[in-house]
Write a protein that binds this ligand. Structure first.
Ligand code: DX5
Ligand code: ZN
Length: 214
């Protein structure tokens, strides 16, 4: 079954609680939370206090995507704020293995993301410790960008790599440029967790948008 994770990056930040509830009502499975630091990516969003303040508005799991340098410094604060799972970027971690274990020591499933320009081999050494691999399908930093078509082959390659290692259970997440058409491409290639921001929040009928991604 495909998991749909609406990204609140495209929500109205002046009524974030309401917009989180709207994603739940529309049939979303996880709430995707994009944390950006203005260094790792050229944009700024929010930190743990915002996560904490929206936590009471939904029972859906908070899927926290850290697009920040030195994520190890902030992981404990995001756990405390109500994160249910945390994904860090391979490119942002000098000690990726240590960071993955830090997430797990807090009792959370760990994910590792890779940018479109990063080889899949960047996640290979830590695969056994992961619950999720995030293949970025745009260069991270902004919502509303176009899907990068080469991502399809990368998802297929990752699925083959997982099969070879007996890790078929791994969540393969994609993030960026999702709509009904690109969703079909990535699902067929083996992705099972789809993040969608502007496509869901920009839709007149958000429930129909979520349904069209499955
Ligand atoms: C991009 C973020 C995404 C973003 C996706 O840097 O990681 O989660 O919200 O936005 P859309 O779905 O609009 O491409
Ligand atoms: Zn994201």
């Amino acid at each position: 079954m495909t998991i749909i994770a609406p990204s609140i990056l495209s929500a109205n930040f002046s009524k974030l609680g309401e917009d989180v509830q709207s994603a739940e009502k529309a049939g979303g499975d996880w709430i995707h939370i994009d944390v950006m630091d203005g260094h790792f990516v050229p944009n700024l969003t929010f930190g743990p206090i915002v996560v904490e303040s929206v936590r009471p508005y939904t029972k859906l799991p908070f899927d926290v995507h850290l697009m920040i340098e030195k994520p190890e410094l902030y992981i404990p604060a995001f756990v405390k704020a109500g994160a249910d799972r945390i994904t860090v970027h391979a490119e942002a971690c000098v000690h990726l293995h240590r960071v993955v274990h830090l997430i797990k020591e807090h009792g959370l499933p760990a994910g590792v993301a890779i940018n479109p320009g990063t080889p899949l081999s960047a996640v290979e050494p830590v695969l056994d410790d992961l619950d999720l691999v995030l293949i970025m399908t745009v260069n991270p930093g902004f919502g509303g960008q176009s899907f990068i078509p080469q991502s399809v082959g990368r998802i297929r390659q990752l699925r083959t790599m997982l099969q070879e290692r007996g890790l078929e259970h791994m969540n393969v997440q994609v993030d960026g440029g999702m709509n009904a058409e690109t969703a079909k491409l990535v699902r067929d290639a083996g992705a099972n967790v789809l993040v969608a921001g502007s496509y869901v929040y920009g839709a007149a009928d958000r429930a129909a948008a979520v349904a069209s991604l499955r």
